[in-house]
Write a protein that binds this ligand. Structure first.
Ligand SMILES: [Zn+2]
Length: 144
């Protein structure tokens, strides 16, 4: 069967990735360690040990860390790549996952305040603002 390219517009196939809905750092320009930076994702509060849920269905393509940051990457059936950082994987490369499946545990790696850094590349290459795309219409609030 052919996959529909707009599969991700089907809201029922998407799941918010944490137990709460608090976005602590938005996409875009910010100051990080006193220097200008561009945040290519959103930070969502997730205490150490809390579960992280897959936003979409798909396949686990990487659990490789970056420096001291633990990560999981999942490719959805439309070719988009979902990145989850500061989390310890509970799935393995090649695993198939469904939306809302637990894929990791928040572990605070690479950060002083435990949170999920989530990024989204709808074309598999370029990161876009998740709040305007994959999370559009979902309930969340901004808090520091
Ligand atoms: Zn972040």
């Amino acid at each position: 069967m052919m996959l529909l390219i707009n599969q991700l517009t089907e809201r029922s196939l998407l799941h918010w990735p944490t137990n709460n809905s608090v976005v602590t750092s938005n996409w875009g320009p910010r100051t990080l360690n006193g220097k200008p930076d561009f945040h290519k994702g959103v930070d969502i509060r997730a205490a150490n040990g809390e579960p992280i849920y897959s936003v979409s269905g798909g396949k686990v393509i990487s659990t490789k860390g970056y420096g001291n940051i633990n990560q999981v990457f999942i490719r959805d059936d439309a070719g988009g790549v979902h990145g989850y950082a500061n989390v310890g994987a509970t799935v393995s490369v090649g695993d198939s996952v469904y939306p809302g499946q637990i894929i990791a545990t928040s572990d605070g790696s690479g950060t002083s305040a435990a949170h999920l850094h989530y990024s989204y590349k709808p074309d598999g290459v370029n990161r876009v603002n998740p709040l305007n795309t994959v999370f559009k219409g979902m309930d969340y609030e901004f808090k520091n």
